[in-house]
Design a protein around this ligand. Structure first.
Ligand code: FA5
Length: 358
C-alpha cells in the first residue's frame, strides 16, 4: 500500500463519517458511529493502525500522526453532535412540557366558616381598622383573674351574677373574657386598645338565648383622658358598621364590680325596626352587651394610676349578635353541629394543594 492510498482512504472515511455524524438523530445513532470509528473488533482506527505495518517504515510516523489527528477530530465532532442533540432534545421537551404558571391550580374544598367565626371575623375587622390589637387569654382561669382582680370582694353577692363552673381549688372555667383585661394591663402599659375574642363557660340552664358555652368579645381601652363619650361613640360606630346605619343604640344603667359607671347596651330590634315584636318581647330593643368605665380599683390592682389614666371596657356575646344578624331563633342551634343548619350560612373556603405541604 502506498501513501496516497492510505491518505485517500482516510479522507474518504472522514467525509463519510462527517455526514453520518451530521445525520445522527439520536444517542443510538452516535453509538453506532462510535463503534464504526473506535470499535475494538472492526473499528476504522484500529484497522488503519494495523495497516500502517504495510507502509514503508519512514512513512509510519506521519501515518501515526494522521491517525491520531483523525481520532481527536472524531472525538470532538461526536461530542459536539452529542451536545447539540441533547440541547435540541431538552428544547423539545421544554416545548412539550411547558408549564403555564399563570394557570390557577386545582382547588379543593377546605370547609366552610362557622357562622360564629364569620361574625367574630367581621367584628375583629371593624376593631382592627380602628387600631385595636386582637389578643387572647386562657379559658381555665384562677379565681383571682376571673373575680378578685376585677374588684369582686370575696363572698360578695356580685359573684352570683355568674354561675361559675369550678374545677378544683382556685381553678375555674372563666365566666367571661374580662380576666384578660387584667392580663393585658399586667403586661402592657397604656395606651392600651385591645379586643379579646374567646370562649366562656357558665353553669346556665340552656334555653333559646342562653348556652353553657358561648363566645364573648371583650374590649378594653386605657389611656389619658378616656371618657364615657368615647365608649358611647365607639360602640355606636361599631354597631352601625356591623348592622347598618339604621341601627340605634341605647344605654341602660347597670352594675358590674369592675366598671363604674356601668351600663347594659341595647340596640334597636332588627326584626321589627323598633316597633316591637316577639323577638324583642315587644320592647323594640335587644340587649347586646355590657360596658362601663374601668373601675379605679381595677387600675390600681395592675399599678396603673387612676389619677392619670382612665379607660372603658365592654363585653359582648357573639352568639347573640350572630342570632340577630342571621335571624336565628335559638342559640342551641349553634352547639348541635347539625350540617343542615350550618349549610344555610355556608361561606366556602378553598385552598390549593401547595397550602397543605407548605
Ligand atoms: C359580662 O360577662 C361582662 N364581663 C361584660 C362586661 C365587660 C361589662 C366589660 C363591663 C365591662 P354579661 O354576663 O352581661 O357581662 O355578658 C355579656 C354578654 O354575653 C351578654 O350581653 C350576652 O350577649 C352574652 N351572654 C351572657 N350570658 C350568655 C349565655 N348564657 N349564652 C349566650 N350569651 C350570653
Amino acid at each position: 500500500m502506498d501513501w496516497r492510498e492510505f491518505e485517500s482512504t482516510i479522507a474518504r472515511f472522514r467525509e463519510d463519517i462527517r455526514r453520518a455524524i451530521q445525520d445522527a438523530r439520536s444517542e443510538s445513532d452516535l453509538q453506532d458511529i462510535r463503534v464504526r470509528c473506535f470499535g475494538r473488533q472492526r473499528g476504522f482506527l484500529r484497522e488503519q493502525f494495523k495497516r500502517m505495518a504495510d507502509l514503508p517504515p519512514d512513512l509510519r510516523p506521519r501515518a501515526g500522526q494522521l491517525l491520531n489527528e483523525l481520532k481527536e477530530w472524531l472525538e470532538r465532532e461526536i461530542a459536539d453532535r452529542q451536545r447539540r442533540l441533547q440541547e435540541t432534545h431538552l428544547e423539545e421537551r421544554l416545548k412539550q412540557e411547558r408549564i403555564d404558571w399563570t394557570l390557577p391550580g386545582t382547588p379543593y374544598w377546605r370547609g366552610a366558616v362557622h357562622p360564629i367565626q364569620q361574625v367574630r371575623q367581621a367584628i375583629e375587622d371593624i376593631f382592627l381598622e380602628m387600631g385595636y390589637a386582637v389578643v387572647s387569654g386562657p379559658e381555665i382561669e384562677t379565681d383571682y383573674y376571673n373575680f378578685g382582680a376585677l374588684n369582686f370582694p370575696p363572698d360578695h353577692p356580685a359573684r352570683d351574677m355568674w354561675d361559675t363552673l369550678y374545677i378544683h381549688g382556685e381553678w375555674l372555667l372563666r365566666t367571661h373574657t374580662s380576666p384578660v383585661q387584667i392580663r393585658v394591663m399586667q403586661r402592657y402599659r397604656p395606651p392600651i386598645r385591645v379586643i379579646v375574642p374567646g370562649k366562656v363557660y357558665r353553669h346556665d340552664e340552656p334555653d333559646a338565648t342562653h348556652a353553657p358555652v358561648f363566645h364573648q368579645i371583650e374590649g378594653l381601652v386605657v389611656d389619658r383622658g378616656i371618657r364615657f363619650s368615647d365608649l358611647r361613640g365607639t360602640l355606636a360606630y361599631f354597631l352601625q358598621r356591623l348592622f347598618g346605619p339604621a341601627c340605634k343604640m341605647r344605654f341602660r344603667p347597670s352594675y358590674f364590680p369592675f366598671t363604674e359607671p356601668s351600663a347594659e347596651v341595647d340596640m334597636s330590634c332588627l326584626l321589627c325596626g323598633g316597633r316591637g315584636c316577639g323577638a324583642c318581647k315587644q320592647s323594640g330593643w335587644l340587649e347586646v352587651l355590657g360596658a362601663g368605665m374601668v373601675h379605679p380599683n381595677v387600675l390600681r390592682e395592675v399599678r396603673i394610676d387612676p389619677e392619670v389614666y382612665s379607660g372603658f371596657a365592654f363585653g359582648l356575646g357573639i352568639e347573640r349578635l350572630a342570632m340577630l344578624m342571621f335571624r336565628i331563633p335559638d342559640i342551641r342551634l349553634f352547639l348541635q353541629g347539625d350540617v343542615r343548619f350550618l349549610e344555610q350560612f355556608r361561606v366556602d373556603t378553598w385552598a390549593f394543594r401547595d397550602d397543605v405541604t407548605s
